[in-house]
Design a binder for this molecule. Structure first.
Ligand SMILES: [Zn+2]
Length: 239
């Protein structure tokens, strides 16, 4: 009778192990989800920063252009002022000097105008870049949100499945011997969620080390719980 009892306990543990293997795998999978979300969020944030850099560059160009426009206005005023004074001068020499000053100022003005044009051209290029980045980013945001949603719904799916598995576990546990269950769970936690393994081709299904024939005989007798000498997992024979 005692041996029959152990056999039924082992059958119970094998059933538990099926549930626990899934529970472990799902738990591990769910644990990676927050990190996955963080990774795609960080990648998307980085892309947004690229756009912000372009926008900053565009503002800088506008600022630089406005400074040049002010400079140009000051330059034009200078030309106007000197031109007004030109005919009140008394000597030819003074006249020539001032004419030269006006010509120099006008030359400076031309250089400033040239720079303003370049700023305009650069601004146009950057604005076009910003527009195309904006479009791309909108697409990327859609993909990012879809990916995030997929990860979140997988997480929820896992949570639902885990509560189903937990309910199934609770149905098996009352039929189990408390001490055996405790031993099983101890091995389960120390051996990565795998506590009871079938002997296959004379080796342990957990660590694959050879199980000697006399140990296999002991397992078949169902008098004691037999564990693998190497990995300490409970061994059983599939019938
Ligand atoms: Zn083993």
């Amino acid at each position: 009778m005692a041996s029959m009892d152990l056999k039924s306990q082992i059958i119970g543990l094998v059933k538990l192990q099926e549930l626990d293997s899934e529970i472990y795998a799902l738990g591990n999978e769910r644990a990676t989800k927050p990190q996955e979300i963080k990774a795609i969020e960080a990648a998307f944030e980085l892309r947004k920063r690229d756009l912000a850099t372009l926008e900053k560059k565009s503002l800088d160009l506008q600022k630089q252009r406005k400074e040049k426009e002010l400079e140009l206005a000051t330059n034009a005023e200078g030309v106007k002022k000197l031109s007004g004074q030109l005919f009140s001068l008394k000597t030819n020499k003074e006249f020539q000097i001032m004419q030269q000053q006006i010509a120099d100022l006008k030359a400076d003005g031309a250089v400033i105008e040239e720079k303003i044009l370049i700023f305009f051209e650069e601004s146009d290029k950057i604005k076009a870049q910003i527009d195309s980045e904006n479009l791309k980013l909108k697409e990327e945001e859609k993909i990012f949100l879809q990916q995030k949603k997929a990860i979140e719904s997988r997480s929820e799916e896992i949570t639902d499945r885990l509560s189903q598995l937990d309910a199934q576990r609770k149905q098996i546990i009352p039929g189990m011997d408390a001490k055996r269950l405790q031993d099983y769970e101890k091995i389960l936690h120390s051996r990565d969620g795998l506590a009871i393994v079938a002997v296959k081709d004379n080796s342990c299904g957990g660590c694959h080390m050879l199980v000697p024939p006399q140990v296999i005989n002991l397992i078949r007798m169902y008098e004691h719980i037999i564990t693998c000498e190497v990995c300490n997992r409970i061994l059983y024979i599939k019938e």
